[in-house]
Write a protein that binds this ligand. Structure first.
Ligand SMILES: [Zn+2]
Length: 118
């Protein structure tokens, strides 16, 4: 995707662009400075490209721990998504939001998966 295509996507109603690190490492394995650079650097890059404030983050490989979640919060993000396939309710930590992977399913399969978690 080009920067121009990304800007166009970011301008689409119902779409938000989130950060996902600079080099796609497993964040719990990083030292503090590298962790901060990966998170803040990717946020800054996304904001430069889209011209919009970036407040969402996705943990590469879904890997996170308490330090990682705190680093994302400290970087000024509003939320972060994991790869934990659970229901998201009002008591879920916004820096540990579950997420259901969506594949190239037909409507019936998509509906079944959504109902499974919701
Ligand atoms: Zn990824």
């Amino acid at each position: 995707m080009t920067h121009s295509e990304l800007r166009q996507l970011a301008d689409t109603d119902g779409v938000s662009i989130g950060a996902h690190t600079l080099t796609h490492p497993s964040l719990p394995l990083l030292k503090r400075d590298d962790l901060k650079r990966e998170i803040s650097g990717s946020r800054q890059k996304c904001e430069e490209i889209t011209g919009r404030r970036v407040v969402g983050f996705a943990y590469p490989f879904g890997d996170f721990d308490g330090s990682t979640a705190n680093a994302v919060r400290s970087a000024g993000m509003d939320y972060a998504v994991t790869t934990l396939p659970r229901e998201a309710g009002p008591r879920v930590d916004p820096f540990r939001l579950p997420r259901v992977t969506v594949a190239d399913w037909g409507e019936a399969d998509f509906r079944r998966m959504v109902l499974c978690y919701g």
